[in-house]
Design a protein around this ligand. Structure first.
Ligand code: 6GU
Length: 229
């Protein structure tokens, strides 16, 4: 998979993608992440990328031309399965969207900034609009990072233990059960007996029961969807 990200503050993204699991996924050649500085496509001597909003009001708007020029150049090299705009008024990201996107080949992510982008970009170029939750961030970069992380970890070969993405919270619409590691007893804080029993069937049953219980208590909306009583 290849993910191109267009941003007015590309430095924000560098450190995120150059560590840990995402760095390894790139080194293994499973995913290629390329961040593009919108400023390089800016207009005139000052490389202008934003301007005042028609009709007045506070806040700058990202201009059409730099974004079109950047996207057009990228599209000359490959075609994109989705052109995603990160914005608080997009469709809220969930595991199902991440699963779907993880099957794609080329994704292009556009990060908004200031008051957002000129609406004509959204009307004519963007194929999908994604939000990461009901709160407002200063720009789409964190949204792009969150989306890319959620998607990349689902691609086969990215996680060492392939089953670990399958047992994540939300992958089956249940929250994940609790996990424990050594020591068995830390100053009187003990580990549930069943996990030490070696009885894999009993352990699986316990984990499912814990996952169901946690989902009912913390996420009644998910519990209802699954018809948990
Ligand atoms: Cl993707 N961008 C911005 N600016 N704010 C957000 C968001 C994205 N998702 C939630 N709030």
């Amino acid at each position: 998979m290849r993910i191109d990200i267009i941003s007015a503050v590309p430095n924000l993204l560098d450190s995120f993608f150059n560590h840990s699991i995402l760095q390894r996924a790139q080194e293994k050649g499973i995913v290629q992440i390329v961040v593009h500085d919108l400023r390089q496509y800016g207009l005139g001597k000052y490389k202008q990328i934003d301007d005042y909003a028609f009709g007045g009001g506070a806040g700058m708007v990202l201009k059409v031309e730099p974004i079109v020029n950047c996207i057009t150049q990228l599209q000359q090299a490959r075609s994109y399965d989705e052109l995603i705009y990160l914005t608080p008024d997009g469709e809220t990201l969930n595991q199902s969207t991440a699963n779907t996107l993880s099957l794609q080949k080329n994704l292009l992510l556009l990060c908004g900034h200031y008051k957002g982008v000129d609406e004509r970009i959204r009307t004519h170029l963007i194929t999908k609009e994604v939000s990461i939750g009901d709160y407002v961030l200063s720009g789409g970069e964190l949204g792009a990072a969150v989306l890319a992380d959620a998607v990349i970890r689902l691609i086969p070969g990215v996680l060492n233990d392939e089953t670990s993405a399958l047992t994540d919270s939300f992958q089956d619409d249940l929250l994940a059960p609790p996990v424990y590691t050594r020591p068995e007893n830390y100053k009187g804080w003990t580990v549930p007996e069943v996990l030490l029993s070696g009885d894999h069937q009993k352990i699986a049953a316990w984990r499912l029961e814990q996952a169901i219980e946690k989902t009912k208590v913390r996420r009644p909306d998910l519990a209802k969807k699954l018809d948990l009583e």
